[in-house]
Design a protein around this ligand. Structure first.
Ligand code: PLP
Length: 419
């Protein structure tokens, strides 16, 4: 089936009522038929519902639909994008291990990897996404995962998947891509050879800025890379917290299963069924929306590029952009609604951000409503001056998340703010 059909139908089988819309199963727990059924569910001899911290029928539809769109074998929903990223890391790394992360990542990912997980004894080693060959020198026996974004936010770089995946596979290390900005409609990291992807569902998935959520997607046959791989001994040895279960022996998608059985069980950042229902509504129109976000963003990027007060415009759809070739190679159907541009200094950037009417001054992306952000005073405020430059966020940088309003109205609004 084509993705526009999957976006509307995948993962849902109508119940006895014939309900056309996916029902919201607001229930904390589920009744077992008898004690044997209960014991079988806990022992994974049978799969079924136990408790909503672990699984929920509405969330299950969202997970199946998202996995189908991303081209993965399974997905697991989380309470936020940050929870998805943390769980992807915590599912493989423990005290004494290290992970390799692109310097150009979302602000929350920078603070998570640079500060918070350090307190858990996990070291982060950074590489420049514009120069993936830096990864090679960072790898050792304790390296557990390589994390990067398909389109970076807010520097708007496109990752060179082939180069990163080649180094990761040479050393048998898992790769995880934050595909939030691209969405499965424009880029499919798992089909480009990556092992895992993570998303903030808070962005294009809901599409209207309605709820916080996240998702991790696992590729088909990931067990091939993990089985017998000494880097991932905890997938190959008995899990004492789950009465001796060996994940790599199960005929099930092992990465997302371990997130569910160990991390959701113990850390509990599970999505609300109501939020999962909102993401399902969002996915139905995701293919249509991403086309409009992309074409409008390209028109705005072209307008900005021709404007005398604007310096550099970062958008991979522009022929002049340093990422144009990578964008053509790895993206299909557009380059999303996120772009950034530089003006002469911080004060000018603030004046523009304060001067728009349709673009709202908000720290979010992927909304139907257009958004303007000044990263240096908001999302990246906690970063030091050095970290700001490393993350590609100069003081005069303005970020736009182009929404679904009329394109000409958006251009007129920016023209007015630029003065
Ligand atoms: C927003 C965002 C996140 C974090 O997601 P939340 O749902 O806000 O926790 C992670 N990565 C990227 C690229 C994002 O834009």
């Amino acid at each position: 089936m084509h993705e526009q059909t999957l976006a509307i139908h995948a993962g849902y089988e109508k119940d006895a009522q014939g309900t056309m819309a996916v029902p919201i199963y607001m229930s904390t727990a589920y009744e077992f038929r008898d004690t044997e059924h209960a014991a079988n569910l806990f022992a994974l001899k049978e799969l079924g519902n136990i408790y909503t911290r672990l699984m929920n029928p509405t969330t299950d539809v969202f997970e199946k639909r998202f996995a189908a769109l991303e081209g993965g074998v399974a997905a697991i929903g989380t309470a936020s994008g940050m929870a998805a990223i943390f769980y992807a890391i915590a599912n493989v790394a423990e005290a004494g291990d290290n992970i390799i992360v692109a310097k150009q990542v979302y602000g929350g990912t920078t603070t998570l990897t640079g500060h918070t997980i350090k307190r858990f004894g996990i070291e982060t080693r950074y590489f420049d996404v514009r120069n993936p060959s830096e990864i090679e020198a960072l790898v050792d026996d304790k390296t557990k995962i390589i994390l990067f974004e398909s389109i970076t936010n807010p520097s708007i770089d496109v990752a060179d998947f082939d180069a990163i995946v080649a180094i990761a596979n040479k050393h048998n290390i898992l790769t995880c891509v934050d595909n939030t900005v691209a969405t499965p409609m424009l880029c499919k990291p798992l089909e480009l050879g990556c092992d895992l992807s993570v998303h903030s569902a808070s962005k294009y998935t809901t599409g209207q800025g309605l709820a916080i959520g996240g998702v991790i997607v696992e590729r088909h046959n990931l067990v091939e890379k993990i089985k017998g791989n000494t880097r991932y001994s905890h997938f190959n040895e008995p899990d004492e917290s789950y009465h001796g279960l060996v994940y790599s022996d199960l005929p099930l998608p092992l990465f997302t299963l371990r997130v569910r059985l160990a991390l959701l069980r113990d850390l509990g950042a599970a999505p609300s069924p109501f939020n999962s229902w909102l993401y399902i509504q969002g996915l139905e129109t995701l293919p249509l929306r991403m086309r409009q976000h992309s074409s409008s963003a390209l028109a705005i990027a072209e307008f900005l590029e021709a404007h005398p007060k604007v310096g550099k415009v970062n958008y991979p759809g522009l022929k002049s952009d340093a990422n144009y070739e990578l964008g053509q190679k790895y993206f299909k159907g557009g380059h999303s609604g996120l772009l950034s541009f530089e003006v002469v200094d911080k004060e000018t950037a603030q004046k523009i951000a304060d001067g728009t009417d349709i673009f709202s001054l908000v720290v979010n992306i992927g909304d139907s409503k257009s958004i303007i952000t000044h990263p240096a005073s908001t999302t990246h405020q906690q970063l030091s001056a050095g970290e700001l430059i490393e993350a590609g966020v100069p003081g005069g940088l303005v970020r736009l998340s182009v929404g679904l309003e009329d394109t000409q109205d958006l251009i007129d609004d920016l023209a007015k703010a630029l003065g």
